[in-house]
Design a protein. Sequence first.
Length: 325
Amino acid sequence: MPMEHLLTLNENPLPPLGPVAAEIAHHVATVNRYPEFYPERLKGVIADWLGFPVEGLVVGSGSVGVALQALQATVRPGGGLAYGWRNFDAYPLLARMAAARPIEIPLLPGGHQDLTGLAKASVDTDAVIVCNPHNPTGRFVPAQGLREFLALVPTDTMVVLDEAYIEFVDAGQRPDSADWVREFPNLLVLRTFSKAYGLANMRVGYGMTSPELARRINDFQLPFAVSSLSVVAVEASLREQRELRTRVDFIVRERNRVTRELIRVGWNVLPSQTNFLWFDEPERTHEIREALEQNGVLARYFESEGVRLTIGDTEANDAVLRALS
Ligand code: PMP
């Protein structure tokens, strides 16, 4: 059976918003020219759109690129970097690249990050990462829990709040995390154009922080890091807010439909606030894999832990439900 439905990487199943592909195509003839040395224009565009001071904004090659710059700026050689584990695969790689000592705090039962454990660890680490909503479990920490956590972290430990999936969180629950950087200047809120905006291949991420921390992070900005085609794609995407909301609503509706149906037929699927689902089924990963692969669906398997499944288009989601019902 050919694998028709690639539901492995939490990508957006939809093509770029409205005129974005055409805008990129229009600018392709300029690829012999370098982009800006540092992406100042992109920063201005994002800052204007956010209504966030440009002095506190950092941008880079995906949010992983921004995270790497931030760790290089704040973690001393061999200094601690704490995060929950299991988590986004890139964190241990970033730790290695930044010469940090990874401190992995096990998740709590039910796929929650152990914020108390992370706060304790943060006392002698240079940086700590909280992924919210969490990859791979889809769990979400509401604002109050995050603020209590931030208050416990020493002011000289950087907190990276990775909000790659924030657009998929229920509107009433999305934290005002960008506003917290005034109170917590050690906080870096990370976002990306890779998920809700569907620009994974354009590699644009950004971070919101205090001007002090932004200055330090910007010292590690790689020259020419963001292609001007990516800048065009972001600018065109930001003009399509209405279509963006329609698409996010579609993905959220599909996520809720697939979750409901899988729970109804007996799978232990956690409630998700992202564009993917977590099967909290450590004993059944092989069984799930076989059933999905027979229906042309590829998901992400974590043996003895569970399965992560990206929400796809309707056809892909229907194939999942056929496989697992
Ligand atoms: N953070 C998390 C939690 C992710 O899951 C991902 C992508 N899988 C990223 C960041 C990476 O995003 P980007 O494409 O912006 O580097």
